[in-house]
Design a protein around this ligand. Structure first.
Ligand SMILES: [Zn+2]
Ligand SMILES: [Zn+2]
Length: 319
């Protein structure tokens, strides 16, 4: 099969098609999404070598559980052991022995096929098109914030970063009644946020008062975002950290102590929650697609992401 492979640099290669082990499914990829984490992986985050890609929608083509064959699916990216302490406590996304598709020791979705355990799969409702279903993983990650902390209706929230993830987080927060301001740099992305009915501000806007938001979500993919978040959050407020960067971030810990700020790390989320939001049409995702490249042009697709107004880039594996 064809796949994008990372071994110091990214290239399209012909590799052997994976074989499903018992309890796993072979999935033909229909669409795969490139996210900020993939770009960090190319820079060395996680030390991954192999086929990246963890956001996809596909079709099961081979599986010992016959009822799955032919189903359109999305897949959870953490492959857990099922028996360690964390797994037994229902926290399998934190399994000590987990592999992570396209990130840690498991081949990813920038290929014609992937394998995943059947327990990782979720059938996509018929009313959700491929172009929306491919957002299940990042939307689940956006909605994870609501599983980690209570967010009251009317909360003054800021989302730092008007990119792929920021625009999903902002919509998820608005959906539960918070007053959201999306803060970004790119005029095109802020325009997109306004087209969703969201309030926006430019990152350098003098009208942005320090200590004025109860909740600030950092989704800039840059270590400086955390400093800005700490400036904008009010005392006793919460900063949710959504970016994973390869470099360490530097910030003023005294500010966290003195203002009694809660820092909350946030990663993957619940796929059923995300599929429910997509099915209800509660979150707009398809306008975020900037361009769809064929898998064969995956290297060009990554380069296209350097365009500052670019949001989501997808790779299509059309048979
Ligand atoms: Zn991702
Ligand atoms: Zn485990």
């Amino acid at each position: 099969m064809k796949a994008l492979c990372l071994d110091g640099r990214l290239s399209l290669q012909e590799v052997s098609t994976p074989r499903p082990t018992p309890g796993s499914a072979l999935i033909r990829i229909i669409l795969a999404g490139i996210c900020g984490t993939d770009r960090q992986i190319l820079k060395g985050y996680s030390g991954f070598r192999g086929i990246p890609g963890h956001e996809f929608v596909g079709e099961v083509v081979e599986c010992d559980a016959r009822e799955w064959v032919g189903k359109r699916v999305v897949g959870e990216i953490n492959i857990s052991c099922g028996s360690c302490d964390w797994c037994r406590r229902g926290l399998s996304r934190h399994c000590s022995y987990r592999t992570v598709m396209g990130i840690i020791d498991h081949q990813g979705a920038f290929a014609e096929f992937v394998t995943l355990p059947v327990r990782n799969l979720h059938e996509v409702p018929a009313s959700v098109p491929d172009e929306a279903a491919v957002f299940t993983e990042p939307l689940a990650a956006a909605a994870e914030i609501l599983e980690q902390m209570p967010v009251a209706s009317g909360t003054r929230a800021a989302v730092l970063g008007a990119g792929r993830l920021g625009l999903l987080v902002a919509q998820v927060l608005r959906n539960v009644g918070t007053q959201v301001t999306v803060i970004g740099r790119s005029a095109g992305k802020l325009e997109m946020a306004r087209s969703f009915g969201l309030t926006t501000a430019r990152a350098d806007d003098a009208g942005l008062r320090p200590r004025s938001f109860q909740l600030v979500v950092e989704a800039t993919s840059s270590p400086e975002g955390l400093e800005t978040a700490l400036r904008l959050v009010e005392p006793r407020g919460t900063v949710v950290m959504k970016s994973t960067f390869h470099q360490p971030a530097h910030f003023d810990t005294a500010k966290v102590v003195v203002d009694e700020i809660t820092l909350l790390g946030s990663r993957c989320g619940n796929f059923q929650t995300a599929l429910g939001l997509l099915k209800d049409g509660a979150i707009q995702v398809e306008p975020l697609i900037s361009k769809i490249f064929p898998l064969e042009q995956g290297v060009e697709a990554f380069a296209f992401l350097d365009n500052p107004d670019c949001l989501k880039v997808l790779l299509a594996n059309r048979a």
